[in-house]
Unconditional design. Structure first.
Length: 80
């Protein structure tokens, strides 16, 4: 992923967008810190529609007793 300073991205926005359309996202930096990423619309739609881990877990067909109880025994002695 190419890093480009904000002032340079402003000056060459068309080229930054063309790179994103070619599948090469650009990280826009301000004062050396990453601030934004430019990706193609198709890539944004793909990423936007990925389910979150929380949604996946909430939709899992889990019944009571499917997940074993947590073993809370210590793995080592408390003496050091």
């Amino acid at each position: 992923m190419e890093k480009i300073q904000l002032k340079d991205a402003k000056a060459s926005l068309s080229a930054v967008v063309d790179r994103a359309l070619a599948g090469k996202p650009s990280v826009i930096t301000r004062h050396g810190r990453p601030e934004a990423v430019v990706v193609s619309w198709a890539e944004w739609q793909r990423l936007r529609n990925l389910p979150s881990l929380g949604r996946l877990l909430m939709s899992a067909p889990i019944e009571p007793g499917d997940i074993p109880e947590r073993d809370r025994t210590p793995h080592r002695s408390e003496e050091l």
